[in-house]
Design a protein around this ligand. Structure first.
Ligand code: F0G
Length: 460
């Protein structure tokens, strides 16, 4: 018999401990979402059936990660768990200084606390919401310079996270003194979970060299990005993902990191860099708000679990399953006629609410309307990435965001294919009734990051 080639890509693990899900009725969910001011961040998790709000900190740890927790050394200073963590980070990202933080936004706050400030401009392919907020909080401006391919939701260009290098060059040429650092987010979360090519990163590096600017990665989903490079970039097929990650790291001067994504942690992050003086200033700030530089707000056991997670996330069997299972959700929806961002991203599928709800204008928040409908119909929690998240500007004005997306983020190693089949059914039901969905207005909102806490009310 010939060696068979099976088409089904299975989960490269079996389940070791289970968590119950609580079933709810549509009536219970309507009551819950109304009580939460139609804001899905304010719903109790136990009222959610399938939680696709985020892939951040929601993944399942492996047996070996749970075992690693037992090795945690909780010494305040110089814990061996720190050195194990630092070496695991350096194995992939060989930066001189590795500074743990409790999560990614703490690394951002510290970095921009040192480099930001009034009058400064920070370019990025697309800032994530907390990154933008941390830049703007210092008085600096955050500018998004993503490739024009990204604006077309139906284009199948495989690296829609690429930076618009010409636009970056123009910014540095005309306004270079105001730019303290160039950022690239891999994968580009707010732009649809889209990867950045190695060729584009090289081009960004060249421009940074020409103008003498440091390049920092926001690298939360580096392994997924490297897998896409291996799959889709000329000359990269067949390479080890870990080697591709090291190539990416070699192009940068430092990074901010949320370890709640690809490093498979439930909490954690880090800041890394080569510049000694910058590292000194960052550690000084770290001690103010996060803790001593060898734990940075984390327990020693968290550092151990992250070190193990970093080894697991670059395994090819894992990444093949991860990327394929996200594509399964996206392709099933697309084939059934639901508008989704193409190509399908690594950690999430993004529904195009503008296309699905053309009758709801941006300032009536079509993404919010779609996200609420998915929750009411099936108990599926998603996240609006549109005018609610990005529409309010530091000067107080409100403008429509470039896109109105609803993100279905897939926690790592957590849901099975039948959970995802249920999500597909829920989406198809809502899409079939999309004409009946109306807009929302905001009843109250905080000055920053309004999407987390704002209250909404349905319009008639
Ligand atoms: N950068 C990117 C690209 C992110 O996706 C996130 C978090 C952060 C930075 C901040 O990291 O949460 O550890 O403070 N993204 C999560 C999400 C919250 O749902 O996409 P954090």
């Amino acid at each position: 018999m010939d060696a068979p080639e099976f088409r089904t890509i299975i989960e490269p693990f079996r389940i070791h401990s289970v968590e119950p899900l609580r079933m709810t009725t549509p009536q219970q969910r309507r009551t819950a979402v109304q009580a939460a001011g139609y804001n899905l961040f304010r719903i109790d998790a136990q009222d959610v059936l399938i939680d696709l709000l985020t892939d951040s900190g929601t993944g399942a740890m492996s047996r070996d990660q749970w075992a690693a927790l037992q090795h945690g050394d909780e010494s305040y200073a110089g814990s061996p768990s720190y050195y194990l963590f630092r070496d695991a980070v350096r194995e992939l990202f060989p930066f001189e200084h590795v500074i743990p933080t409790h999560q990614g936004r703490a690394a951002e706050r510290i970095l921009f606390g040192v480099l930001g400030g009034p009058g400064k401009v920070v370019p990025n392919n697309t800032h994530f919401d907390t990154t933008r907020a941390n830049v703007e909080y210092t008085g600096a401006a955050a500018v998004d310079l993503v490739t024009s391919e990204a604006a077309d939701p139906s284009s199948d260009y495989p690296f829609k996270g690429d930076t618009d290098v010409a636009a970056l060059e123009a910014l540095l040429r005309t306004d270079g003194e105001r730019v303290p650092v160039v950022m690239v987010t891999i994968t580009n979360n707010s732009g649809g979970g889209q990867p950045v090519s190695l060729a584009n990163l090289r081009a960004v590096r060249e421009v940074c060299d020409t103008y003498g600017k440091p390049l920092f990665l926001d690298a939360c989903r580096f392994a997924e990005n490297a897998w896409f490079i291996r799959e889709n970039e000329a000359g990269q097929g067949g390479r080890e993902v870990a080697d591709i990650v090291r190539d990416i790291a070699a192009l940068a001067d430092g990074m901010t990191m949320s370890a709640k994504k690809d490093p498979m942690g439930n909490i954690g992050g880090w800041l890394a860099m080569n510049d000694d003086e910058l590292a000194r200033q960052c550690r000084d700030l770290l001690i103010l708000t996060e803790g001593f530089p060898t734990y940075g707000g984390l327990a020693g056991r968290d550092l151990e679990a992250l070190a193990q997670g970093l080894r697991e996330v670059v395994e090819h069997d894992y990444l093949r399953y991860r990327i394929r299972s996200t594509a399964y959700l996206g392709e099933s929806l697309r084939e059934a006629g639901v508008p989704v961002v193409s190509p399908i991203g690594g950690h999430a599928v993004y529904l195009d609410a503008k296309a699905l709800l053309p009758h709801v204008p941006p300032l009536q928040y079509p993404g919010q309307s779609l996200a609420v409908a998915l929750y009411e119909a099936g108990g599926v929690r998603s996240c609006e990435i549109g005018t609610v998240m990005f529409g309010r500007h530091p000067d107080g004005s409100e403008q429509p965001a470039a896109r109105e997306l609803v993100r279905l983020a897939i926690p790592r190693r957590t849901y099975t294919q039948s959970h995802i089949d249920y999500v597909i059914e829920t989406c198809l039901h809502v899409a079939a009734n999309a004409e009946s969905l109306g807009g929302y207005r905001i009843v109250d909102e905080p000055p920053n990051l309004r999407h987390f806490t704002a209250s909404f009310a349905p319009l008639d």
